[in-house]
Write a protein that binds this ligand. Structure first.
Ligand SMILES: NC(=O)c1ccc[n+]([C@@H]2O[C@H](COP(=O)([O-])OP(=O)(O)OC[C@H]3O[C@@H](n4cnc5c(N)ncnc54)[C@H](OP(=O)(O)O)[C@@H]3O)[C@@H](O)[C@H]2O)c1
Length: 348
């Protein structure tokens, strides 16, 4: 691209907003120029409006004045890291006003006309956007990325879709950074496991069916697989681990699954989108990998790491998958979605 396009962040002062700022530093296509938050922060310089949790506040944003999250002078392309309690109305207002809202919030993910994207798996779900514009009368659009544990599961399952996925049992070990800041109390999580994350299991089950579903006509037909998720918070800082058992209709050999993981690639790789990992799924041979501390940060946090593929005595096969929850599970996922949208010419 000759000229970088200006972008902004709704909810820029929060934990995910900060991850967006960090991830967008030096981006070759996107120039971060606008930061929005609540009226508690609006009017203040960014450095004074929040407590930064990711090292040093980048100079490029420290003195930007935070704006109200109201359509007006914001750039056309906006990333959303809004608090879920307010995201529905605010994201809709921006979409109606002509903005392309690339959202990390859960609010619109399961709406029938809103793409829920993992660009390597379902880039064609972007074809839902004209329906948003036709039915809702929006000049803009809302596009979403999955929940941080769903993205890890779907990147592990994506290469296996060709074999006919019929049943999935997934158990997560989710990092504390996925709960935002301050997140889970230290007394609850140090040396402990919390076997409940509100709403998470339902999100993983439903979002997985939508992402792996087929675009037909003007809708997505969810994958007809039964998906069961168990979600646990564990004392890990970054990186969600998911152990997966899967039943496959075509009963492939183990070598077929290995070949599918190794050869998996998608539109982001073909188009060499700036945030696309060279290989979206990396199979690790070592018996004790992937591990969050050793592997989550690799490939800029944008790849999923898979390992321990073996026969499952209950379903057909089982394996482990790992991904960086605040990068591929949040800010990095949304930025890759925006790169896909731009590469489709949908910002022209
Ligand atoms: N934390 C994660 O790892 C994670 C992962 C995946 C998805 N998510 C989703 O991402 C979203 C943000 O999460 P978070 O952890 O970053 O939350 P957070 O730290 O509480 O930040 C929320 C942001 O929303 C803004 N906000 C709140 N009320 C507002 C209003 N009335 N008008 C405009 N802005 C308002 C806040 O601004 P002020 O500072 O001015 O209040 C802040 O910038 C949530 O929807 C969450 O479910 C989070």
């Amino acid at each position: 691209m000759q000229t970088r396009i200006e972008v902004g962040i709704l909810g820029a002062t929060g934990m995910v907003g900060q991850h967006f700022i960090k991830f967008l530093q030096g981006h070759p296509w996107f120039d971060l120029k606008w930061l929005g938050a609540s009226d508690r922060s609006a009017g203040k310089k960014y450095r004074d409006a929040m407590t930064w949790h990711l090292g040093v506040v980048p100079d490029s944003v420290a003195d930007l004045v935070v704006e109200d999250c109201k359509p007006g002078n914001a750039p056309r392309l906006l990333f959303s890291a809004m608090d879920a309690s307010v995201a529905t109305e605010i994201e809709r207002a921006f979409a109606a006003a002509g903005h392309v809202v690339v959202s990390n919030s859960r609010n619109h993910r399961m709406e029938a006309d809103v793409p829920l994207l993992v660009p390597e798996i379902n880039p064609d779900h972007l074809k839902l956007v004209p329906r948003q514009q036709r039915v809702r009368g929006w000049k803009g659009q809302i596009v979403t990325n999955p929940n941080c544990s769903t993205v890890v599961l779907t990147m592990g399952l994506g290469p296996l879709k060709q074999f006919g996925i019929t049943k999935v049992i997934a158990t997560t070990m989710q990092a504390v950074s996925g709960a935002g800041y301050p997140g889970v109390a230290s007394m609850d999580i140090l040396g402990n496991v919390v076997p409940f994350i509100g709403g998470e299991e339902e999100k993983m089950e439903q979002e997985t069916q939508k992402i792996l579903g087929e675009f037909r006509g003007d809708r997505v037909e969810p994958l007809a697989a039964r998906v069961s998720a168990h979600c646990n918070r564990v004392p890990v800082v970054d990186g969600h681990t998911v152990t997966v058992s899967v039943e496959l209709a075509s009963k492939p050999a183990e070598a077929d699954l290995r070949a599918a993981f190794d050869s998996f690639s998608g539109v982001p790789q073909q188009r060499e989108l700036p945030s696309a990992p060279a290989r979206p799924v990396i199979y690790m041979e070592e018996a004790n990998r992937p591990q969050p501390r050793k592997d989550a940060e690799r490939e800029r946090g944008m790849a999923a790491f898979v390992g321990r593929l073996r026969a499952c005595p209950v379903l057909d096969y089982k394996f482990v998958a790992l991904g960086h929850n605040t990068v591929r599970g949040a800010a990095g996922a949304a930025v890759l979605n925006a790169e896909l949208i731009l590469s489709e010419g949908m910002l022209d």
